[in-house]
Design a protein around this ligand. Sequence first.
Ligand SMILES: C[S@@+](CC[C@H](N)C(=O)[O-])C[C@H]1O[C@@H](n2cnc3c(N)ncnc32)[C@H](O)[C@@H]1O
Length: 163
Amino acid sequence: MHTIHQFGGNWTQEKLERLQKYLRAYMNIFTANPWARRYTTYYVDAFAGTGSRTSPDSSPASTLSLFADQEDMKEVKRFYDGSAQIALELDPPFKRYVFIESNPQFTEELRKLKARFEDRNVQIVPQDSNRFLQEWRHSMNWQHSRAVVFLDPYGMAVDWETI
Ligand SMILES: C[S@@+](CC[C@H](N)C(=O)[O-])C[C@H]1O[C@@H](n2cnc3c(N)ncnc32)[C@H](O)[C@@H]1O
């Protein structure tokens, strides 16, 4: 059974398409440019979710008339790629992935996602992202590393200190 993570609207789709374009361009530069290629690239998804999402637009209510005889209305929900999956599917990929997520049910989904991408180096961090990021940035060697940190919280979950 897939954990349903429903959030956002049309703007979410647009946001994720822009993220995908940005990450593709970033990794093309860090692969093609001999100077940039030296770096270990990190994609950090600080509010990673489950790796997929359902849109309120695809909720049973909006498809009710088409599937009125279906017993389990959850079946009609459509799953779309979330930011973590979009990042894992990149080619060329990042060298390292860090997915931070505080909801235990969601981290379980992230573990399943990680298992589907065996060739990617993925760390799942089941913690508060503010606390983790503020320590992580000091633990990194920025002479050899570069990172994209994607902050996609609900509401105001990002502390000023983190930014
Ligand atoms: C808007 S959703 C992220 C969606 C994700 N970017 C995607 O495209 O699928 C925000 C996520 O942040 C998680 N979250 C909320 N507060 C958090 C915190 N302090 N630390 C880590 N994760 C948190 C929630 O459980 C939720 O999964």
